[in-house]
Ligand binder design. Structure first.
Ligand code: NI
Length: 139
């Protein structure tokens, strides 16, 4: 993909603060930091516009809650078209940690996540939004 350069006007203090921020975030180049922020915003918009996206859903749940494991499995079977893979870890006697990699329309991923996270016995659930990467450039 062709690369181009552009300049922007920004208050000195704001730029200094931004430079301190990107140093804390371990960026070596300002350009890379700006590109990443642009991509983050565009990826968020892919979700808002209900485009095809990717994401990961992390669930921490108590498998002693009656019927919960079966309910989770049933939903996962029903949504097999958007769940690419799931890894399950038995953390201890009570707790299960499960991560699913998802791909599909943003609304469907959000709906599936909401249905799982709101179940009794699910202690913590996090949906991390990502992108298919198709429209986010190459570097
Ligand atoms: Ni388990």
């Amino acid at each position: 993909m062709k690369t181009t350069r552009f300049s922007i006007s920004i208050e000195e203090e704001l730029l200094k603060r931004f430079d301190r921020f990107i140093r804390r975030k371990r960026y070596k180049k300002r350009s890379k930091a700006v590109r990443d922020i642009i991509r983050e915003k565009l990826a968020e918009e892919e979700w808002e516009k209900n485009e095809e996206v990717t994401g990961s859903l992390t669930l921490l749940y108590n498998h002693h809650i009656r019927g919960l494991s079966e309910e989770i499995t049933d939903l996962q079977h029903h949504y097999n078209d958007v769940i690419l893979a799931t890894t399950h870890i038995h953390l201890d006697e009570e707790n299960c940690l499960e991560v699913s990699l998802l791909r599909g329309s943003a609304s469907k991923l959000q709906k599936l996540s909401d249905m799982l996270i709101s179940k009794r016995g699910v202690k913590l659930g996090k949906l991390t939004i990502c992108s298919t990467g198709k429209k986010l450039g190459s570097q």
